[in-house]
Design a protein around this ligand. Structure first.
Ligand code: MSP
Length: 472
C-alpha cells in the first residue's frame, strides 16, 4: 500500500482561527480523502505553533499566563478543524515535551552547519521574520502587513549556513525534485534563494524566553521557524522512532503563498543538513481577500470563519472555499457571493436534483444497484495536479448537465404514459450518473455526499428535510 504523508501549516496560537487557516486545512483534507479513495494509506498532520514573541506579547497584553493562553487557543483550533470535517491523523503542539526534545536533537544534528556570530538587523514580530536592509528601505522601515515599525535586533546568536545548501536546493527546485506549485512561484523562490543570507536561528534570552532552549547554551532560545518547521518531522517520530522513514518525504505540503519562502529555503536547508529527502511537492495556495482587500483587524474587514460555518454548515463552507476560491490564485470572499453559491448552486443545482430524482424513483418504485464507482480520467488528472477548484468545476458541470437532462428526458411523462421500460432506463441512468458524480464529490463534500449515497441505496426515499434548506 502506498503511504502518503500530507501536511498543513501550523497556525500561530495568538488569536482565533482565520479564514486562511481553513483554506490550508480544507485543501489538505481534499487531497487526503482523494488519496485514500485511490487506496493509499494516508497520514494528515495538523498542529499549533505556540512559541515566539508574537504569542508571548499577546498573552502579556491580555494578562494571561502564557501556558494557559496557548492551551485555550489550541483547544479552539482543534475544535475548529473538526467542524471543517478535516480528518487529520496527527496533531502536534510545539510546546509538547516530545516535540521540544526532538527539535533539540534536530538542532544537534545540524551543528556542523551552525555558527555563532553577532547579529544586527531588522525584525518584524508580526511576521516573525528577519528583514533585509533592502526590504527595510523599500518599505520605509514599516511592515506593510502589520503597519508597525521594524524592530532593530542586536546581539550574539546562532546562524544556519544557508550557503552550504544553496546549490542543492536550486537543483531540487529546477528539476522539480521538490515540485513547487503553482509553477509561476518557482522563479520568485529561486530569486529569494539567491539573495538569501545565512539565517539567524536563535535569539538571546534577554530578548525572547518563550521558545525551545538551544541545547548546550542557556543564553539562547531557538528562532520560532526552526521549531515550527521541525513539526513536520517530530510528529511522525523523527529522530527517535525509525517508523518516520515509512512516511517521509511528504507527498504534499500545503502552505499559503506568504510562507512559501520559509518552506522553500530554510526547510529544505534543514532537511539536506539532516541528510533527509526533500518533500515531493510544496503546494502554495493564494490568499482569501474580503471585498477585494487583505483582511485586517485595523481595516475591520476580518471575516470570522466560525460565523461563516455557522450560517449554512460544513458542506457550504467547504463548497465555497474549495470551488469559488481558486486553489492557487487570490480570491475574494463576500457574503453576497457566499449566499448566492449556497442558494443557486448547492440548494438548486444539487439539492433539488437529489430531491427530484429520489421523489420520482420512490413514486415509481425504481431501484438502482450499487455499481462500483471510480474517478473519471479528467478528474484524476486535475486532482493529481492539485487543481482542486478545477476538478470541482468539472464535477459541477456534470451535476448541471443532469439537471438539463431531466428536463429534456421528462421521466414524469414516461411514467404518465405507462412507458415502464423507458422510464426504468431513463431514471436508472440519471441516478447512476448522479451517484458517479457524487463519488467525485466525496473528497470535497464528505457530509453531503454520504447523505446522497444513503438516499439512493436500497429502497429510495427522498430526504425528509431538503439537503440544503433555503429558509435560514
Ligand atoms: N505559524 C506559521 C506557520 C508555520 S508552518 C511550519 C504561520 N501561521 S499563520 O497563522 O500566520 O498562518 C497559517 C496558514 O494560514 C498559512 O499557510 C497562511 O498562508 C494561511 N493564511 C493566513 N491568512 C490567509 C488568508 N487570508 N488567505 C489564505 N491563507 C492565509 O504562518
Amino acid at each position: 500500500m502506498t503511504k502518503t504523508y500530507i501536511t498543513t501549516a501550523i497556525p500561530y496560537m495568538n488569536g482565533n482561527p482565520h479564514i486562511g487557516h481553513a483554506v490550508d486545512y480544507c485543501l489538505a483534507d481534499v487531497y487526503a480523502r482523494y488519496r485514500r479513495a485511490c487506496g493509499d494509506e494516508v497520514r494528515l498532520q495538523a498542529g499549533a505553533d505556540e512559541h515566539g514573541n508574537k504569542i508571548y506579547q499577546k498573552a502579556m497584553e491580555l494578562g494571561l499566563p502564557i501556558e494557559e493562553y496557548v492551551d485555550k487557543n489550541s483547544k479552539v483550533f482543534k475544535d475548529f478543524i473538526g467542524k471543517l470535517g478535516v480528518e487529520y491523523t496527527d496533531y502536534v503542539r510545539t510546546t509538547d515535551k516530545s516535540h521540544e526534545e526532538r527539535v533539540q536533537k534536530i538542532w544537534q544534528k545540524l551543528e556542523e552547519h551552525i555558527y555563532k556570530a553577532d547579529y544586527e538587523g531588522w525584525y518584524c514580530t508580526g511576521c516573525e521574520r528577519y528583514i533585509t536592509q533592502k526590504e527595510y528601505d523599500e518599505n520605509g522601515g514599516i511592515c506593510p502587513d502589520h503597519q508597525k515599525p521594524y524592530e532593530k535586533l542586536q546581539g550574539e546568536n546562532y546562524y544556519l549556513r544557508i550557503a552550504d545548501f544553496k546549490d542543492r536546493i536550486r537543483q531540487a527546485i529546477e528539476t522539480d525534485e521538490m515540485l513547487i506549485l503553482p509553477d509561476f512561484r518557482k522563479k520568485e523562490v529561486l530569486r529569494l534563494l539567491e539573495e538569501s543570507p545565512d539565517v539567524s536561528i536563535s535569539r538571546p534570552t534577554s530578548q525572547l524566553t518563550w521558545g525551545v532552549p538551544v541545547p548546550g547554551d542557556d543564553s539562547q532560545v531557538m528562532y520560532v521557524w526552526i521549531d515550527a518547521l521541525s513539526n513536520y518531522l517530530t510528529v511522525i517520530g523523527y529522530p527517535d522512532d525509525d517508523s518516520y522513514e515509512e512516511w517521509w518525504p511528504a507527498t504534499a505540503q500545503f502552505v499559503g503563498k506568504d510562507i512559501l519562502r520559509f518552506h522553500a529555503i530554510i526547510w529544505p536547508a534543514m532537511l539536506i543538513g539532516l541528510g533527509l529527502p526533500l518533500p515531493k511537492t510544496l503546494v502554495s495556495h493564494g490568499m482569501v481577500l474580503a471585498n477585494g482587500q487583505k483582511m485586517s483587524k485595523s481595516i475591520g474587514n476580518v471575516v470570522e470563519p466560525l460565523e461563516v460555518l455557522g450560517k449554512y454548515g460544513q458542506d457550504a463552507f467547504r463548497y465555497f472555499f474549495l470551488r469559488h476560491v481558486d486553489t492557487f490564485a487570490d480570491s475574494d470572499f463576500t457574503w453576497e457571493k457566499y449566499d448566492a453559491a449556497y442558494n443557486n448552486e448547492l440548494a438548486n443545482d444539487l439539492g433539488n436534483l437529489v430531491q427530484r430524482l429520489a421523489t420520482l424513483a420512490n413514486k415509481n418504485q425504481i431501484v438502482v444497484d450499487g455499481d462500483t464507482r471510480g474517478f473519471s480520467e479528467e478528474y484524476k488528472k486535475l486532482m493529481d495536479a492539485f487543481e482542486f477548484s478545477k476538478a470541482f468545476d468539472c464535477v459541477w458541470d456534470k451535476i448541471q448537465a443532469l439537471n438539463k437532462r431531466i428536463d429534456e428526458e421528462k421521466p414524469w411523462s414516461l411514467a404518465k404514459n405507462g412507458e415502464r421500460e423507458k422510464l426504468e432506463s431513463c431514471l436508472g441512468g440519471l441516478i447512476r450518473d448522479l451517484l458517479q458524480a457524487n463519488y467525485e464529490l466525496t473528497p470535497f463534500l464528505p457530509e453531503a455526499s454520504g447523505k446522497i449515497f444513503e438516499v439512493f441505496s436500497g429502497e429510495i426515499e427522498p430526504p425528509k428535510m431538503p439537503l440544503f434548506p433555503k429558509d435560514r
